[in-house]
Design a protein around this ligand. Structure first.
Ligand code: HEC
Ligand code: HEC
Ligand code: HEC
Ligand code: HEC
Ligand code: HEC
Length: 215
């Protein structure tokens, strides 16, 4: 039987199919780039509606992270504080400052301050603050020295490889749970050795199977 298409035509067809696949790939890459949420980028520092400074409040004034993020050790979600928390002080402190106008408006109307989220994982990833905090992973491991930041910025990639790096070898990152919000804490001896003994004592075993983080 003779071939239906000449050999030459067959080659052209293959080339065209190859080109189409390459084009689709390129379009996919462009689309992926456009759809890539900027929240997943290291360095992401959105403008906030109120010039609130962690360096001033958590650093200089020494307020504990839990004073404001008071669900972080009890829930998956680390709540951003309600306006009432700010007004504990700001009914008396800087009570006329224009920088706090939006906070006073929020207090009067009951409408929350529209803070802009800095860190955001894709919806298909499961994350839980409580599990990390109670096993002794510090805020500093994932958010950096927030107590020295005027504006919060993302310092870690929040990528799958980054999560897994720690899950496979958590020992150097585990501290006694009472120090999780002491961002400048340093262990007396070897961090990995202390971590390993805490891991044994608490039976800590971070998930590395897919369904641990994709539920
Ligand atoms: C006086 C209240 C207060 C204290 C204390 C405080 N924070 Fe915050 N935090 C806020 C507010 C308000 C925001 C939202 C505005 C912003 O991002 O700056 C925020 C945002 C954040 C974010 C970014 C959340 C996001 O959108 O992804 C992180 C991370 C964070 N805080 C960590 C900490 C850590 C760590 C500490 C302790 C060292 C701390 N905070 C202490 C009030 C506080
Ligand atoms: C424990 C008390 C306390 C709490 C709670 C608190 N602050 Fe403050 N805040 C202060 C102090 C003290 C200053 C500095 C005053 C000064 O510079 O003399 C300040 C300064 C500020 C300023 C700068 C004002 C200016 O005119 O320079 C802003 C903005 C601010 N705070 C926002 C907030 C927000 C938003 C919250 C809630 C998330 C909050 N604060 C919670 C005590 C507090
Ligand atoms: C193991 C890493 C890790 C640790 C430890 C950690 N965080 Fe987070 N944090 C994240 C990730 C990831 C997100 C984004 C979560 C999302 O989008 O679902 C986040 C989000 C936040 C947010 C925004 C609200 C939210 O829940 O999405 C705040 C506020 C926050 N973290 C504060 C803290 C504070 C305060 C501590 C320490 C007491 C802390 N985090 C410890 C990884 C961590
Ligand atoms: C610095 C170390 C570290 C990093 C970074 C880290 N984890 Fe973990 N993770 C842990 C430890 C420790 C545990 C606690 C395991 C236990 O209690 O047995 C844990 C537990 C978990 C659990 C189980 C929680 C539960 O409720 O069962 C999930 C899910 C998880 N991590 C997801 C993530 C994701 C997603 C990221 C990245 C965005 C991440 N982790 C980054 C150390 C880390
Ligand atoms: C410790 C938590 C964790 C575990 C375990 C984990 N993942 Fe992920 N995965 C993530 C996070 C976080 C992201 C989002 C990261 C990003 O978009 O950069 C992600 C993204 C993905 C994506 C999206 C692809 C991409 O690059 O955008 C796929 C597919 C995926 N994971 C598959 C898997 C499979 C298959 C396994 C098991 C072999 C697995 N994951 C185990 C945390 C985890």
């Amino acid at each position: 039987m003779s071939a239906i298409f000449s050999k030459q035509f067959d080659t052209k067809l293959r080339l065209a199919a190859g080109a189409a696949i390459l084009l689709l790939g390129a379009a996919g890459a462009v689309l992926g780039y456009l759809l890539h949420p900027k929240q997943l980028d290291t360095g992401y520092t959105p403008m906030q509606p109120v010039p609130y400074s962690h360096k001033l409040h958590a650093g200089n004034l020494g307020l504990d992270c839990l004073y404001c993020h008071n669900t972080v050790d009890r829930a998956s979600y680390a709540a951003v504080p309600a306006t009432e928390t700010c007004m504990n002080c700001h009914v008396r402190v800087k009570e006329k400052s224009p920088k706090l106008q939006l906070v006073r408006d929020s207090y009067a109307t009951g409408r929350p301050v529209p803070w802009v989220k800095v860190h955001r994982l894709p919806d298909y990833v499961y994350f839980n603050h409580q599990a990390h905090i109670t096993s002794g992973v510090s805020c500093v491991n994932c958010h950096g020295r927030v107590d020295q930041m005027v504006e919060v910025r993302q310092v870690q990639p929040l990528s799958m490889a980054w999560c897994l790096d720690c899950h496979k070898n958590p020992a150097p990152h585990i501290r006694p749970a009472e120090y999780v919000t002491k961002l400048d804490w340093k262990p007396e001896g070897d961090a990995a050795q202390l971590g390993a003994s805490l891991i044994r004592a608490k039976g800590i075993k971070p998930p590395i199977n897919c369904s641990g983080c994709h539920r």
